[in-house]
Design a protein around this ligand. Structure first.
Ligand SMILES: Cc1cc2nc3c(=O)[nH]c(=O)nc-3n(C[C@H](O)[C@H](O)[C@H](O)COP(=O)(O)OP(=O)(O)OC[C@H]3O[C@@H](n4cnc5c(N)ncnc54)[C@H](O)[C@@H]3O)c2cc1C
Ligand code: FES
Length: 377
């Protein structure tokens, strides 16, 4: 065992993994198969969970944190002869309306510089978005774009389990160039009567064929679900870009689906959350707070430190002081990092953060202190 690893294969902090294979899944999505460098057992995970990374990217003085879902099913990942995790990463280009901006940092680093034999530092599987496999009713897996990765893991898990739950895998994506795992899902639906798949392209490409590559043009909608005989009593799992999630979540509620049956995860929409002028207020808040002698107290960790304007957020400060709070998107979207603010005032430095409605709660990935603060971390 590595010093930080327990009998179940779980580990604390980061563990070295080596890329043992790269598989192209579409023009924009590539899978990376990661095997533990120490050759010891892998931690079990639930279908839908993700791994966190701290990437050493040349030209960046701090490791770049990102999360990627395990796109394989637990059974296929934990094979005794060659245990591995599979990630499937979409290369993020610059936004269409801002082509001069740099393309996605981590995803392009993975595609261009992480090769077979490369080593990456990986945090143990985490996340609350996973398939509840104790249920036995119908299940609807709804994805947009690369948001299909957790749902592929869930679909494969249902198949591995020999489940006969009526299952729909409904996927919306731009076109065939972006469409990953199409053949795999179609094959599963052909072999298993209880699995239905429906693929919707927003802009089919010249080589895309209706009936072979996709089933409809446009967006996923409630009439479409009705035409596929999906009922409101199913469990719905959603993952995709924010407009997709927002539209479907509200449409499902309006249709009469019980909110408790709708499970979802955002993939940290950095394109939405990032814009040029945002660095300005961050720097201003940080500098003001530092000038005022502000301290941040992490109560449960029993650590109190002066606010340091070199850090952008309270989460950054916590990590710099050896504390590892839970996080996922680091963009104010997923609410994984939400904690109690016990004393003091903070300010959101990520303008588009989805601020919690509950009084006394704060997203530490997106905020900096305005006054000295005590937080429940
Ligand atoms: C729980 C979780 C699971 C995830 N799973 C997956 C997965 O399975 N597969 C996957 O592909 N992704 C997944 N993601 C998303 C992934 O973590 C990254 O967010 C994604 O790869 C983009 O990161 P990046 O570093 O490439 O892009 P970033 O560098 O974060 O950039 C994102 C976009 O912003 C643009 N941009 C750059 N600078 C600016 C600027 N100044 N202003 C405006 N825009 C700018 C870039 O051009 C790019 O389009 C997951 C995220 C989470 C939170
Ligand atoms: S880590 Fe996602 S909101 Fe903070």
């Amino acid at each position: 065992m590595t010093p930080s690893q327990d009998q179940s294969g779980r580990w604390q902090g980061k563990r070295a993994f080596v890329v043992s294979r790269k598989d192209k899944e579409s023009e924009t999505v590539t899978s990376f198969i990661l095997a533990p460098e120490d050759g010891l057992p892998l931690a079990a995970f639930k279908p839908g969970q993700f791994l966190s990374f701290k990437l050493d990217i040349p030209g960046h003085d701090k490791p770049v944190p990102r999360s990627y879902t395990i796109s394989s099913s637990p059974a296929s990942a934990l094979l005794s002869d060659g245990a591995h995790y599979r990630l499937s990463i979409k290369r993020e280009p610059a936004p269409k309306d801002k082509p001069d901006l740099p393309p996605g940092l981590s995803s392009n680093f993975f595609h261009d510089h992480v090769a077979v034999g490369s080593c990456v530092q990986v945090g143990a599987p985490a996340g609350d978005f996973f398939l509840d496999d104790t249920e036995d009713g119908p299940v609807v897996l709804l994805s947009g774009g690369v948001g299909l990765t957790p749902l592929i893991s869930m679909l494969d898990h249902l198949v591995d389990q020999g489940s006969s739950r009526p299952t729909w895998f409904i996927h919306g994506v731009q076109n065939g160039a972006e469409h990953a795992f199409g053949a795999h899902v179609r094959e599963l639906a052909q072999v298993h009567d209880h699995i239905t798949t429906h693929v919707v392209y927003t802009e089919p490409g010249p080589g895309d064929s209706k009936g072979r590559d996709y089933d409809a043009t446009g967006f996923i909608s409630i009439p479409m679900l009705e035409s596929l005989s999906v009922g409101t009593d199913a469990d719905f799992y959603l993952c995709g870009p924010p407009p997709f999630m927002k539209a479907l979540f509200n449409a499902l509620l309006d249709w009469g689906v019980d909110e408790a049956r709708i499970h979802y995860e955002f993939f940290g929409p950095a394109t939405v959350l990032k814009d040029g002028p945002k660095e300005q207020p961050k720097a201003a808040v940080a500098a003001l707070a530092a000038a005022a002698g502000v301290t941040v107290t992490f109560k449960r960790s029993n650590i109190s430190v002066p606010w340091d304007p070199a850090h952008e957020t309270i989460l950054d400060l916590a990590e710099a002081n050896g504390i590892s709070p839970a996080f996922s998107c680091r963009a104010g979207v997923c609410h994984t990092c939400i904690v109690d603010l016990l004393e003091g005032e903070i300010e959101y430095v990520v303008d588009d953060a989805y601020q919690p409605e509950e009084v006394g709660k704060v997203l530490i990935c997106s905020s900096a202190p305005k006054t000295s603060v005590v937080i429940d971390v």
